[in-house]
Design a protein around this ligand. Structure first.
Ligand SMILES: [Mg+2]
Ligand SMILES: [Zn+2]
Length: 200
């Protein structure tokens, strides 16, 4: 494995996909009243906070490049999620989103990039910004883009069956086996906390 920035030092993190993992995947989420939380999301994130993980959201938002919504809307969505989490004593430490898509309509964002998952760009930035250690970190998401991202940065990858996850599970690319496939973010959190007990 090629050493990544910050590997071997820094804090462990759980990198969370947003749509289909923290909140329901409603297609291109373009209105705040379409944000629908899974009932376990707040509790799961609070447990990860208490276990000492940095909790970092990494989300592809190609709807920005496609002109469906603005960056400001994505940021507003994240403030709304933050308020809900705070009410339950939970916290996301940082949000990163990729606004790009190679076939986008908005010229500023219509390009290939290194941050669209499974590219490592968002995690590379998070590692630098927050002094994280990808080798002791986890990526949780509902598609193989998330598992591929885990591979790309040397973290463990967990596929959840919410969102598109159950469909993805049925057609796993042979080179992209997840470290675990579990029902949802609550089960992923249990798996992560259990895995810590195996470490000396
Ligand atoms: Mg997703
Ligand atoms: Zn990007």
């Amino acid at each position: 494995m090629t050493p990544r920035p910050g590997s071997g030092q820094g804090r462990p993190a759980v990198f969370l996909d947003r749509d289909g993992t923290m909140i329901e995947d409603v297609g291109y989420l373009d209105a705040l009243d379409r944000v629908a939380y899974y009932p376990w999301t707040v509790d799961a994130i609070r447990l990860l906070n208490r276990a000492g993980f940095a909790v970092v959201v990494v989300t592809n938002q190609a709807g920005i490049a496609r002109g469906f919504f603005s960056e400001a809307f994505v940021q507003e969505t994240h403030r709304l999620i933050d308020a809900r989490l705070a009410a339950g004593g939970a916290r996301v430490d940082a949000y990163y989103y990729c606004p790009h898509h190679p076939r986008g309509k908005v010229s500023e964002f219509a390009r290939a990039c290194d941050c669209r998952k499974p590219g490592p760009g968002m995690i590379d930035r998070a590692v630098r910004d927050h002094d994280l250690d990808p080798a002791r970190s986890f990526v949780v998401g509902d598609t193989w883009l998330d598992v591929g991202l885990a591979r790309a940065v040397g973290a463990r990858g967990i596929l959840v069956r919410t969102g598109a996850g159950a469909a993805w599970e049925a057609r796993t690319p042979p080179d992209l086996a997840a470290d675990a496939v579990v029902d949802n973010l609550a089960a992923a959190t249990s798996w992560i906390l259990e895995s810590l007990k195996d470490e000396v």
